[in-house]
Design a protein around this ligand. Structure first.
Ligand code: NDP
Ligand code: OXD
Length: 313
């Protein structure tokens, strides 16, 4: 079978080497502009339109990430871009769940124990003890209870804070108070002290982190956005910080990446910025998962992780 690979800024040779080992019978090549030669599968991250448009020979497109918003945007901007018969298949966990759990737990504990404020005090050479946040009201709300959100919620719950989760369809997770659908959104938000976003970026979830959402949280709440920059209304975050409705935010994703040097977020000390690293795509785990799924498809079996194009995730 013929496999096309495209991942900008990656060590393509290393990926192709690992795929060749996992699928010895495959004919692998890195896609280059102008390559329209036949292929059965595409393994991609943020591919250009030209790579996929008109490729009706493809049986499946494997997205080297959990979020498929960039690929679906190609289709949205120019309907017909995605090959008609190809399934779009995303990564499921592949080591991202534990990375996300570490990142979010670190941020939650930093705020719970007020390390952000102690850091500021240290810079002022100020020895001052702050009142601790009561753990029992330090409610953490996780938006999205999928592969990553569920792991994050369960890991944080292990530290004894009350944890809530929100999804589209009803979910049951031990130790987590779950809420589902638009009708329960406000009840989910009510009094949350740390809001963690792990929703996919879809037409339904775009701009969900906005002034209305922030107003429902506890006064002086914290925001942790590790999903997509398009979920956040940036001006509303700055306003909520200015008014004290939000105390601080940790952001890993942005509407424009890299975050431009003149962006106001860089100047706001209550915003902690990381460069889209909360859960990196791990080569070994990803190659293994994609290779096993390609083998399953070649046998005529179905696989998990197929994106529902209507829902957008
Ligand atoms: P999943 O598809 O497994 O989970 C998505 C969750 O969001 C599900 O619980 C789903 O509900 C819920 N959801 C979707 N739409 C809505 C809606 N309109 N209202 C309420 N709930 C909704 O995704 P993953 O957990 O694998 O990944 C989540 C996102 O994390 C990715 O899409 C990506 O954007 C981001 N990500 C960021 C990374 C980074 O480094 N910053 C790395 C990896 C992922 P239901 O359960 O009912 O389907
Ligand atoms: C992903 C990402 O969606 O890295 O996997 O953002």
């Amino acid at each position: 079978m013929k496999i096309l690979f495209y991942m900008p800024h990656a060590d393509a040779a290393a990926w192709l080497h690992d795929f060749a080992r996992a699928l010895p019978e495959a004919d692998l090549r890195e896609w280059q502009p102008g390559d329209t030669a036949p292929a059965d599968f595409a393994v991609v991250w943020r591919p250009p339109r030209e790579m996929l448009a008109g490729r009706d020979d493809l049986r499946a497109i494997f997205n080297l990430g959990a979020g498929v918003d960039a690929i679906l945007a190609l289709e949205h901007e120019q309907p017909g871009t995605l090959p008609r018969n190809a399934q779009l298949i995303r990564l499921e966990d592949t080591g991202m769940g534990s990375q996300m759990a570490e990142y979010v737990t670190h941020a939650v504990l930093r705020y719970l124990r007020r390390f952000d404020e102690y850091h500021t005090l240290q810079n002022e050479r100020c020895w001052h003890v702050l009142d601790p946040h009561p753990r029992e009201t330090f409610t953490v709300g996780v938006l999205g209870l999928g592969v990553l959100g569920a792991q994050v919620a369960q890991t944080v719950a292990g530290f004894g804070m009350p944890v809530r989760g929100y999804s589209r369809s009803a979910r049951q997770i031990d130790g987590i108070a779950t809420f589902a659908g638009d009708a329960q959104f406000d009840a989910f938000l009510d009094g949350v002290k740390v809001l963690v976003n792990l929703l996919p970026h879809t037409p339904d979830t775009r701009d969900v982190l906005n002034a209305r959402t922030f107003a429902k949280l506890a006064r002086g709440a914290y925001l942790i956005n590790v999903a997509r920059g398009g979920h956040l209304v940036e001006a509303d975050l700055l306003e909520a910080l200015a008014s004290g409705q939000l105390a601080a935010a940790t952001l890993d994703v942005f509407r424009e990446e890299p975050l431009p040097p003149d962006h106001p977020f860089w100047q706001e000390p209550r915003i902690t910025i990381t460069p889209h690293i909360s859960a990196l795509t791990l080569r070994e785990d990803s190659v293994e998962q994609v290779a096993r799924k390609i083998e399953a498809l070649m046998r005529g079996d179905s696989v998990s992780g197929v994106v529902n194009l209507e829902r957008g995730y």
